[in-house]
Design a protein around this ligand. Structure first.
Ligand SMILES: NC(=O)c1ccc[n+]([C@@H]2O[C@H](COP(=O)([O-])OP(=O)(O)OC[C@H]3O[C@@H](n4cnc5c(N)ncnc54)[C@H](OP(=O)(O)O)[C@@H]3O)[C@@H](O)[C@H]2O)c1
Length: 409
């Protein structure tokens, strides 16, 4: 499936050589974006003792075989004595396929370099142990950071059943997400640049579901589809939170529904429910949560039960604020544009009423206990990464690391 290539000899020195091949394995793992879920994205490279790549593989759910098996098949007899570079600990159990740790052993692989241990409690260290017990040299940790970032959704979901939530926000320099509502002559308004919107399409492509509120549908009538053009095995699930079923039947999301649109509601208006279902919209009814609202944690838990690992939110003020205040955001990715919208424009994280405002004032419990907080209402995010995005800046910050704090190796 992935023919071995004759890559030029990597730089000398064993650590830089390991890094070189692990970077290639990470590149392969990325090919599983939108194709591996609900399994993790994994890549593998087999390198002969004289430094040649003899086999490569990456995992796609529909092809069933794990990355190691694909690479071993490509290498054939050349796997004997080779070093395997794998972005995730080889599995030790029989699931849809047999244990990869055993397959590596049987193929005569001499050394295995692993980027990170598997967060799956059924594996977590057992694969590494199995390899070592078979006399194979094992090193763990090369490319650890990149490998972990690649599978944040899998790490959260496999340990808790909950999806990993990335809150995407496009905001002005003064922290606003939309102009003052109801201004005359208002048409579609893009805050951020074409480059940022291109990146948002890539983010949608990497997600299993995109979630927004009825406020955004009524204001913008977005389509919310993955228009990256890249292949995916499951449609991007579009999730609308709409307590009272105000969703217009003429909305673009409804008109384009194709088994990929879910409306979450607490409404018992069966007539309206039937109307929407007749148009191909899935309607999921929840018992009302606090203040009669949709219980956000239950919505996410339900998505987890549908094997949704990565949720990207593209909400307005109210849901941004509610999700953050309830500690349901794992990563926040903000695109900040050089534009000022003024004090009457919509704030990025708003409070709908006193209950939301009170919750928003209580940030404790929102981040892991070892995240330093300097004042009761501020959160320091020391791991935030800034990058340029055309004329905009992009800041992506992890609020809660889904990976176990202590690597097993
Ligand atoms: N720049 C950006 O990144 C960005 C992204 C998206 C939207 N926007 C802008 O945001 C504006 C809309 O903001 P918005 O706040 O009205 O929209 P929103 O946050 O998308 O939707 C808010 C609505 O969600 C519903 N909801 C359901 N369950 C909820 C819960 N548990 N907590 C809170 N709300 C819940 C509520 O209506 P019900 O009670 O009726 O269900 C609420 O009014 C638009 O102008 C849009 O352009 C900007």
């Amino acid at each position: 499936m992935h023919p071995p290539n004759e890559t030029a000899a990597p730089p000398p020195g064993s650590h830089s050589r390991d890094l070189h091949w692990m970077e290639r394995a990470l590149e392969l793992a990325r090919m599983g974006t939108a194709l591996a879920s609900p399994n993790p994205r994994v890549g593998c490279v087999l390198v002969s003792p004289d430094g040649r790549c003899v086999g490569e593989g990456w995992h796609s759910y529909d092809q069933r075989d794990h990355a190691e098996i694909v690479a071993l098949r490509a290498a054939g007899e050349q796997a004997r004595g080779a070093t395997a570079y794998v972005t995730l600990e080889p599995c030790s159990h029989t699931g849809r396929t047999g244990p990869c740790a055993l397959a590596l052993q049987h193929a005569g692989v001499a050394r295995v370099v692993v980027a990170t241990e598997d967060p799956n409690p059924r594996v977590a260290g057992n694969g590494l142990r199995m390899l070592r017990e078979a006399g194979i040299a094992v090193d763990c940790g090369t490319g650890l950071h990149a490998a972990r970032r690649l599978n944040e959704g899998f790490a959260r979901w496999i340990q808790t059943g909950m999806p990993f939530v990335t809150q995407k926000v496009a905001l002005s320099l003064d922290g606003r997400i939309a102009p003052q509502p109801g201004l005359p002559g208002q048409g579609p308004f893009w805050i951020t640049s074409e480059e940022s919107r291109f990146t948002v399409q890539q983010m949608r492509h990497a997600a299993d579901a995109v979630l927004t509120g009825i406020g955004t549908i009524l204001a913008d009538d977005p389509l919310l589809t993955d228009r990256s053009g890249a292949p995916r095995r499951r449609n991007l699930l579009r999730v609308i939170l709409d307590s009272t079923l105000r969703l217009p039947l003429a909305a673009q999301v409804v008109q384009s529904a194709d088994g990929d649109l879910v409306v979450c509601t607490v409404s018992q208006d069966e007539e309206r429910v039937a109307l929407l279902r007749g148009l191909g919209v899935e309607v999921q009814q929840f018992s009302p949560g606090v203040h009669g609202r949709l219980p956000l944690a239950s919505v996410l838990e339900w998505l987890g039960q549908r094997q949704i690992l990565d949720v990207m939110t593209e909400c307005g003020s109210h849901l941004n604020g509610a999700l953050l205040a309830q500690g349901l955001v794992d990563r926040c990715t903000c695109f900040v544009a050089p534009v000022i919208l003024g004090a009457h424009a919509l704030p990025a994280w708003g409070a709908r009423d006193a209950a939301d405002a009170a919750a928003a004032g209580n940030l404790s419990g929102m981040v892991s206990p070892n995240t330093p907080t300097e004042a009761s209402e501020s959160i320091q995010l020391p791991q935030a990464r800034w990058s340029a995005s055309g004329p905009d800046a992009c800041c992506s910050a992890l609020l809660r690391d889904p990976w176990p704090a202590e690597p097993v190796d």
